[in-house]
Design a binder for this molecule. Structure first.
Ligand code: FAD
Ligand code: ZN
Length: 477
């Protein structure tokens, strides 16, 4: 390996620039800025250049040059991740490799229910392409207008349809990856069955750019939902939510697409801070679920009646207090707006400390009871905004500063509060990062919660694939 002198670096950058041309090589500060700052503004790093290759061959050549000269690389998609994985450190001396120019759909095979796409395709665009071909790509999250499929794969993104369709890992059949020495691994198979040894694609899914650069993927498609039924349901509490979910799945041939929990405080924050939002229910309730059923059947299959019957029976049994069923798409969207703007509505309420945890679905009520009691005992007045994908056992357990409390003093408790919440998660065999990854934010903390054996295996895999440690250094491990 060459010694990393300024001359070697300058020379390498020059060769990279020649490879990707002016269009793909950014050093101008204003143009670099959006690539250096994390979505929430929590971190701002630096880099020698933002490199935007146009195709896999260019990615491969750039990575080979970096490997030869020990220049580190931060891969980047839409830069919407919430754990700091997609931006470099403050003292970073390498390049950001953005996939943004690799945004072609290479092919769609409707009969195989697959499409082959490049890593820089924006998620919403892929949903649209599927729709145009009378198919459905189910991955959906609030950042879908700017996140890219390579980023979704690298974080194994979740979102609102996981309950029915699985997370990103379950939506991929094949990958093309540029390895940390520049070699291209062509694993773009579109097979439903392939038991020919270790399933390597799953190493790169969720690796947050630490093992290589995903350049393309074969994604699974599904029949397009023909109709949807959406309801905002007031329930007696989290126990009722879990019981209702189990019943809803059984009653609808597993037709529950989304099942999102929202305590009262979410409604209060959203109604106070987000324009054009209304409570669809006539009075205040403490707990709600946003329930969405969908059916792909092209003939009428009584989905509406099933929703009605499910809620009536649950009301009779004391689980459900009230419900509003959307009568049209506008009403359904209005209900979704209440859910999707919770994070935004939390901002004006002052500092918040966020957790993205999961436990087995059946243990969510227990988690909420235990965690609520523990954080309230430690910080009286703390405002608990624990909401989200309860159908996946995944709660965004966000804690807001007590009303009128001091933001800085509250944020100074970040680690202690994390520890209280995450120790409870651990005691329930849960995860401290259900869908956002580890990135930079949880790199140290994970050592407390993963076994030495598991961390050792991860380090060994990293060592084999990236012995020089050039891929997204300091993230995950
Ligand atoms: P980036 O942020 O650019 O990168 C993420 C990580 O992947 C980084 O470590 C980066 O180095 C690496 N990476 C990116 N592209 C590649 C590649 N081609 N090859 C190798 N490594 C790569 N996440 C959820 O899971 N569920 C949600 O519901 C959800 N909601 C969100 C809502 C909002 C408003 C926002 C801002 C974010 C939300 N997120 C959610 C987080 C984020 O959108 C996801 O993590 C998303 O998958 C990141 O995609 P990206 O293209 O922005 O990736
Ligand atoms: Zn989420």
């Amino acid at each position: 390996m060459k010694v990393l002198t300024e001359t070697v670096i300058d020379d390498t950058l020059l060769r990279i620039k020649e490879l990707v041309s002016d269009k793909g090589f950014i050093t101008e500060p204003d143009a670099m800025e959006p690539h250096l700052v994390e979505w929430r503004g929590l971190w701002r790093g630096q880099a020698r250049a933002v490199v935007k290759p146009a195709n896999t061959a260019e990615v491969s050549a750039v990575v080979a040059l970096c490997a030869e000269n020990a220049i580190p690389i931060v891969p980047q998609g839409g830069n919407t991740s919430l754990v700091g994985g997609s931006v470099p450190y403050e003292d970073f001396g390498g390049i950001i490799l953005s996939l943004a120019r690799m945004n072609k759909v290479r092919g769609i095979d409707p009969l195989n229910y697959t499409m082959t796409v490049e890593a820089g395709c924006v998620l919403a665009e892929l949903q649209r392409v599927a729709e145009e071909n009378d198919r459905f790509f189910p991955l959906s999250l609030a950042a879908e207008g700017s996140c890219m499929i390579g980023g979704n794969l690298s974080t194994n993104a979740g979102g609102v349809n996981v309950l029915r369709y699985g997370n990103t890992r379950e939506l991929v059949l094949g990958l093309e990856v540029v390895l940390p020495d520049g070699t291209v691994w062509d694993g773009l198979r579109s097979l439903r069955k392939d038991n020919t040894g270790y399933d390597l694609k799953h190493l790169f899914v969720g690796a947050e750019g630490t093992l290589g650069i995903i350049t393309a993927a074969v994604l699974k498609l599904f029949p397009k939902p023909a109709r949807r039924e959406t309801a905002m349901v007031a329930i007696t509490g989290p126990d009722a939510a879990i019981e209702l979910l189990a019943r809803a799945r059984a009653a609808t041939a597993d037709g529950v697409t989304s099942f999102e929990l929202m305590p009262r405080i979410c409604f209060d924050f959203v109604l106070a801070h987000i324009a054009d939002t209304v409570d669809p229910l006539p009075q205040r309730y403490d707990w709600h679920v946003l329930l969405e059923l969908s059916s792909t059947s092209v003939t009428e299959d009584g989905l509406g009646e099933k929703m009605q019957a499910l809620l009536e029976q649950a009301a009779e049994d004391g689980l459900v207090l009230d419900a509003a069923i959307a009568q049209n798409q506008a009403q359904a969207l209005a209900m979704w707006k209440l859910r999707e703007t919770v994070s935004e509505a939390q901002k004006p309420e002052g500092a918040s400390i966020k957790h993205d945890i999961s436990v087995p679905v059946s243990r969510v009520p227990d988690f909420l009871r235990t965690a609520d009691a523990a954080v309230t005992a430690a910080y009286p007045g703390i405002r608990i905004v624990g909401f989200g994908h309860v159908g996946d056992g995944n709660i965004h357990y966000n804690l807001s500063v007590p009303k009128g409390g001091d933001n800085q003093a509250f944020l100074a408790e970040w680690e202690r509060i994390n520890e209280i919440v995450h120790d409870i998660v651990q005691s329930m065999n849960g995860s401290i990062s259900a869908e956002h990854g580890l990135g930079r934010l949880k790199r140290e903390e994970i050592k407390r919660y993963k076994s030495q054996t598991e961390l050792d295996i991860m380090r060994k895999i990293k060592g084999v694939l990236d012995p020089r440690g050039i891929m997204n250094p300091g993230k995950v491990l």
